[in-house]
Ligand binder design. Structure first.
Ligand SMILES: Cc1cc2nc3c(=O)[nH]c(=O)nc-3n(C[C@H](O)[C@H](O)[C@H](O)COP(=O)(O)O)c2cc1C
Ligand code: SF4
Length: 350
């Protein structure tokens, strides 16, 4: 029986365990012209020796011309992958992670779009020429990542942002070949994936963070379509609609997002990452032991305590995150109560 520390193989990429650090913009830590600034780099580099199976970067913008002042525009926190200059910071991270046996993906996103954001640009007003430019920007972003020595990319198709809006019938009302039925709404992702696959080879993974739809049936349809398109891995999270009501079995110990991930896994052959409020290594381990998913991702536990894995080895119920109503990392991570407490006590969380 596999557990959370069992290795895993996807194409030619070997994962030392099933623990994923989810994509997390550290909003207080700036980037400059798309390259991560020193403080942000230090945060990423401090994760290198923490025995994480897979680290997925925060959303990186594939485009230089995004308005980062709006909510949707700021979704990358200013970090990007749209210029040859970005090979530098990405390869430094990849090298540090590889030395420690951690696999590294970049999350590729197009800021400026958000279904629930009043300042969002409208995907339905984009011309075909605009979409072809965007397609090529995603492909170029992946090519930069491959050149920088990363093991793959994750297309950000969740949380109501750009690719999620293209995939959803609630937001995509286009009358051309990029709209209409599910095939049409996923045709941009298909073209992006084909473009990346033309140079990916066996050692570069194309993962997709999938936003849920109206129902589990709709989720399975989109997941299977993504598998047909050639996506190598799925990471299941929220989407459009922002909330939906599912009847979970009364003995199910996790939330509806994890439930959806496990449900999707039963209907595809590619590996699936479950995420959201998994909280402890023990709870994640139970998901892997029961073959509910192939990987478990953690966000806030890693933000609260970079040594989350090490401390969980002593106590698998170790739960570092206080679950504040508004996570301070959306504004200034130094105000995270766990960080503040560590400062007062003079103990290290890195
Ligand atoms: C501060 C912060 C920044 C985030 N940034 C991203 C991001 O860049 N891309 C993304 O797909 N999800 C992002 N997320 C969502 C996380 O990846 C994850 O899905 C979420 O935190 C739930 O997992 P958790 O309960 O283990 O924290 C972010 C979450 C937080 C708290
Ligand atoms: S700010 Fe609160 S919710 Fe966010 S990581 Fe820290 S303890 Fe958790």
């Amino acid at each position: 029986m596999s557990n959370i520390f069992s290795s895993f193989q996807v194409k030619n990429v070997s994962f030392s365990n099933r623990i994923v650090m989810a994509p997390l913009v550290r909003f207080g830590l700036p980037s400059y012209e798309g390259s991560m600034g020193e403080k942000l780099m230090n945060d990423y580099l401090s994760r290198a020796d923490k025995k994480i199976g897979l680290i997925i970067s925060q959303a990186l913008s594939v485009s230089s011309d995004c308005n980062t002042s709006s909510k949707a525009g700021g979704t990358s926190g200013g970090a990007g992958v749209y210029s040859d200059q970005h090979v530098g910071y990405l390869s430094e991270l990849a090298e540090a992670y590889h030395k420690n046996g951690t696999v590294f993906f970049a999350q590729l996103a197009l800021p400026g779009f958000g279904f629930y954001d009043d300042n969002s640009r409208d995907i339905n007003k984009l011309t075909k020429k605009d979409l072809i430019k965007i397609r090529d920007e995603f492909i170029r972003g992946a090519e930069i990542c491959k050149r920088a020595g990363l093991d793959g990319i994750e297309l950000h198709g969740a949380h109501s942002f750009f690719l999620n809006m293209m995939a959803s019938e609630h937001s995509n009302k286009r009358q051309d070949s990029y709209g209409g039925d599910l095939d049409g709404r996923l045709s941009l992702v298909k073209e992006i994936t084909e473009g990346i696959k033309s140079f990916a080879g066996d050692s570069f993974i194309v993962s997709y963070r999938m936003g849920w739809g109206d129902s589990l049936d709709a989720d399975v349809k989109i997941a299977q379509k993504l598998e047909d398109i050639g996506i190598d891995m799925l990471h299941v999270s929220t989407g459009i609609p922002g909330e939906r009501k599912l009847e979970l079995p009364s003995d199910f110990q996790y939330n509806e997002i994890v439930y959806t991930g496990g449900y999707v896994k039963k209907h595809v052959k590619i590996p699936v990452i479950c995420v959201n409020n998994i909280k402890t290594l023990g709870r994640g381990n139970a998901l892997i032991e029961n073959n509910y998913c192939d990987f478990v991702a953690y966000g806030k536990p890693f933000l609260a305590d970079a040594r989350f894995i090490e401390r969980s080895l002593k106590d698998s119920n170790y739960k570092p995150c206080f679950e504040c109503r508004d996570c301070k990392w959306f504004t200034d991570g130094e105000k995270c109560p766990v960080q503040l407490k560590a400062k007062v006590k003079g103990s290290s969380l890195h």
